[in-house]
Design a binder for this molecule. Structure first.
Ligand SMILES: [Zn+2]
Length: 286
């Protein structure tokens, strides 16, 4: 094992190759996470409501969805997806974007998320090299990709991922991997509070709710990973990313979709995580 690690550290090509292939498979798993998590949450809410409203009635008998069960099937013809139809990107290309049994189109989003995961993982390797920062940076990248697409689809940022991300950030930085333990704690607190204050001011002034608690928890998590000094940059970048993506989305789809802020925080957080210090240096003219 030690020899293998030494080999990876000393052979960049092997490191890129292994991270590239691994992250394609992770991307394939993220597709499952993105697709199933909202369904799992919905199922939990339904069962909670049923229990609350009719505790005397037996539970609705549903097959419980988890990330591993049931096995993936075609949403139209229900035929099971075999392992060789589940190879990241390649299977989609071979099947020409259609189900092998019923020719139902398979969204290009699946190979897109797999490629996006691979490319962004390789960027993390390029920025950090073979270090612990790289290893945890990959983890952060993968969780942010899942959160981005779940929020984009459903306007939800599930606690199970935002709170896990925050706990990871605090835990990792207790060893000062990215910032000092004290900075991580304050990053968490200030990250949560600053959006919370914006939310209440906005609510008092306009009577509307612009953001949700998921957004506060996500920014708190990013604060825990990077410390409070990165937060102004993340907020600034997220409004820039939001403006750019907003314009692109307006061009692509004409109808007015509900607005999610989480993806922009996630993308801005990822940029700040990789290049935040350089950007701040340029910005502050040092
Ligand atoms: Zn099918």
């Amino acid at each position: 094992m030690q020899e293998f690690l030494d080999y990876l550290i000393n052979t960049p090509t092997a490191l890129y190759l292994i991270v590239g292939l691994l992250s394609l498979c992770i991307g394939s798993f993220l597709n499952v996470v993105i697709y199933r998590t909202p369904k799992m949450m919905e199922q939990e809410w339904r069962s909670d409501c049923q229990f609350l409203l009719h505790p005397e009635q037996p539970m609705i008998d549903e097959t419980k969805i988890t990330l591993s069960k049931p096995n993936s099937t075609c949403p139209k013809c229900q035929s099971p997806i075999r392992w060789y139809q589940n190879i990241p990107v390649i299977s989609w290309l071979i099947l020409r974007g259609q189900c092998g049994s019923c020719q139902n189109p398979i969204s290009i989003r699946y190979p897109f998320i797999e490629l996006l995961t691979a490319v962004s993982s390789l960027v993390v390797v390029a920025v950090f090299g073979p270090t612990l920062q790289m290893l945890f940076g990959l983890l952060l990248t993968w969780i942010l990709i899942a959160l981005t697409f779940i929020d984009f689809d459903t306007q939800l940022l599930p606690d199970r991922y935002t709170l896990t991300l925050a706990a990871l950030g605090l835990g990792i930085n207790s060893y000062a991997i990215y910032t000092s333990p004290t900075a991580a704690i304050w990053g968490y607190i200030i990250g949560f509070l600053c959006l919370w204050i914006v939310y209440y001011l906005f609510k008092i002034i306009t009577g509307k709710e612009g953001m949700g608690y998921g957004d506060f928890k996500l920014l708190a998590a990013l604060g825990a990973w990077m410390g409070p000094l990165m937060l102004p940059l993340i907020v600034l970048l997220s409004s820039m990313v939001g403006a750019i993506i907003g314009i692109i989305l307006l061009k692509i789809r004409k109808e007015n979709q509900p607005f999610a802020f989480g993806p922009y925080i996630a993308i801005a957080g990822w940029i700040a995580f990789l290049w935040g210090e350089q950007i701040m240096k340029i910005y502050l003219g040092q």
